[in-house]
Design a protein around this ligand. Structure first.
Ligand SMILES: [Zn+2]
Length: 298
């Protein structure tokens, strides 16, 4: 038996696990028939033409919806624009939306280094800022039951502080920021990848995969979902059948409670440029605890 180190797989697709990269743990998956998602109404003011980012996000969801309509068992529905800017899952709240938003400020610039939010990993929501690695384009934060692998909630943050998000089809922008009718960090390219995480995909190094962890400036190829990720949809979410885990439920410790033993997994997606084949960050945190560990992968 070959143990694959996380991030080194070149399989057509790799499913996310309760313990990242540990194939002895359950896979993550949705069991609901419909995933409703929302965008924060602020969008990304920097994107040109103004407001085009909203439709770019919609096109990304539509690409996945098309696959699910062909062979899957769930649908996506847009819930509209909301003021909510909090990511993660609050067990006490009743408005745990699956949210997409752009963070335009960096936490290290506005959250005092002495603030407890750093330790508690809450600076992002508290100060409305990007709290992840500066080289990471976007992060999908998924909350799930650590026994069953069933996903409760998944939110996507885009790093607008570090990247210039565009919606044009080409050519590549000559400068990092501000170009018109050119591609720097494509919204649809980024979002199609992040929605892959939302539905339970991890990174793969398979050539041409939407789930490749790197996205150089100017790239739009991830807009088109690859055949491996397509196979994931048909296999994990088979039409007319329940969504599939990787380990039979009766092989696990089953108290059937599916309670609030949630966890959240933040899957970061690195950039970028010619020189930088940087590792993505995967942050894991206990939902109700302060313990946290990160694994670098790439
Ligand atoms: Zn990623």
């Amino acid at each position: 038996m070959v143990a694959l180190t996380l991030g080194q797989s070149s399989a057509p697709y790799v499913r996310s696990r309760v313990e990242a990269g540990d194939p002895t743990t359950q896979c993550l998956f949705w069991t609901v028939p419909k995933i409703t998602w929302y965008q924060n109404r602020a969008g990304n003011a920097e994107t040109k033409p103004s407001g085009s980012e909203f439709d770019a996000v919609r096109r990304s969801f539509q690409s996945w919806q098309t696959l699910f309509a062909g062979c899957g068992n769930l649908t996506f529905e847009e819930g509209g624009l909301v003021d909510d800017r909090d990511v993660g899952y609050d067990v006490k709240a009743d408005d745990n939306r699956n949210l997409v938003l752009f963070r335009t400020k960096r936490c290290s610039d506005i959250a005092p280094s002495t603030d407890a939010c750093w330790k508690e990993d809450t600076c992002g929501n508290l100060y409305d800022c990007w709290s992840n690695d500066s080289q990471t384009i976007a992060v999908t934060l998924t909350t799930y039951d650590e026994k069953s692998g069933i996903i409760y909630d998944s939110d996507i943050e885009l790093n607008s502080f570090g990247f210039y998000f565009t919606t044009a089809d080409g050519p590549s922008c000559p400068t990092a920021r501000g170009g018109l009718n050119c591609v720097s960090t494509d919204v649809q390219n980024t979002m199609t990848h992040e929605i892959g995480h939302l539905v339970g995909l991890d990174h793969t190094n398979a050539l041409g995969s939407t789930m490749n962890p790197r996205a150089p400036s100017g790239e739009i190829s991830k807009r088109s979902i690859d055949t491996g990720s397509h196979d994931f949809v048909c296999t994990t979410y088979p039409r007319g059948i329940a969504s599939q885990g990787c380990i039979a439920p009766n092989a696990m410790d089953s108290d059937g409670s599916s309670s609030l033993l949630g966890r959240k997994a933040a899957t970061g997606c690195a950039s970028t440029g010619a020189q930088a084949w940087l590792p993505a960050l995967a942050g894991w945190a206990l939902l109700l605890g302060a313990r946290r560990r990160k694994e670098r992968r790439g």
